[in-house]
Write a protein that binds this ligand. Structure first.
Ligand code: NDP
Ligand code: 8X3
Length: 252
């Protein structure tokens, strides 16, 4: 099975996993609807990949009306969306739960949870009408394992995992597939967004050999390329230098 000729909507395609997914998908013969808030990045990607291969849609996924308007604006020729890659998301801060500003928790919930469910509900009806489609959600290993400072970010990704599994239950009997992809440490703009400065972001990856955007994009395309009777429920990926390395005990 290939993705040649498919239409794939990728949220968060202005950077990181989303942008690499758009690039590899177009290289494999798909057409990509690329979303994000940075119009200039979307324009640059369209310039790179061609207007016939890439349709940019600039909006904020936290805004329910903006999501509905953006999806409604998709031209007929781009409408039968084969796959939705719910990738847009962010982490803010690594401070302890008691120290993180409430508005940062709210931004993660609004983006990682509410934005993802807005997109899903906007696209799912047409998939159901065609009885064909694929929803791939980008969760995180942070939804599987706790770590200090993970608080609401990890909680939001645990939501994405359980929502994905529940969605799959609701869609049983249809030909719509659902995957939760769970990457670990990956070098993108993620840490810059989380920590707010380049030096701190670079330190996250110091002395490691992290996943790249392209590594994760290849996993996304691997999932999307499976034959229609194969559903990958969850895929957890870490760089070799990372492992879930046990429980912590604080001793007096
Ligand atoms: P990047 O920061 O490089 O990319 C994030 C993307 O999300 C950008 O394209 C950004 O676009 C988009 N985005 C963020 N907020 C919004 C919003 N409100 N509306 C629309 N688009 C938005 O990070 P990654 O590529 O690493 O992250 C992609 C996903 O992978 C996220 O869900 C992240 O949580 C997850 N992840 C990342 C890991 C990592 O270590 N890097 C590991 C595991 C999971 P724009 O700013 O233009 O709106
Ligand atoms: C992103 C990976 O380790 O920063 O989901 O939580 S981590």
């Amino acid at each position: 099975m290939t993705i040649d000729g498919q239409i794939i909507l990728v949220t968060g395609a202005t950077s990181g996993f989303g942008r690499e997914t758009a690039r590899l998908a177009v290289a494999d013969g798909a057409r990509v609807i690329a979303t994000g808030r940075r119009q200039e990045r979307l324009d640059a990607l369209q310039e790179e990949l061609g207007t016939e291969n890439l349709l940019p849609l600039c909006f904020d996924i936290r805004d329910h009306d903006a999501v509905a308007d953006a999806v409604a604006s998709i031209p007929e020729a781009w409408r039968p969306i084969d796959a939705l890659v719910n990738n847009a998301g962010l982490a803010l801060n690594t401070a302890k739960a008691q120290d993180v500003p409430m508005d940062e928790w709210e931004r993660m919930i609004d983006t990682n949870i509410k934005g993802l469910i807005y997109m899903t509900r906007a696209i799912l009806p047409e998939m159901l009408a065609r009885d064909r489609g694929y929803i791939l959600n980008v969760g995180s290993m942070a939804g599987n394992y706790p770590y200090p400072g993970g608080n609401v970010y990890g909680g939001s990704k645990a939501f994405v995992k359980q929502f994905s599994l529940n969605l799959r239950s609701d869609l049983l009997g249809s030909n719509i597939r659902v995957t939760n992809l769970e990457p670990g440490l990956a070098e993108t703009e993620f840490s810059l967004v989380r920590l707010g400065d380049e030096a701190a972001a670079d330190k996250v990856y110091e002395g490691t050999d992290p996943l790249t955007g392209e590594d994760v994009a290849r996993c996304i395309l691997f999932c999307l390329s499976q034959p229609p009777h194969v559903n990958i429920n969850r895929m957890e990926i870490m760089p070799t230098c990372q492992a879930p390395a046990g429980l912590a005990i604080h001793r007096k």
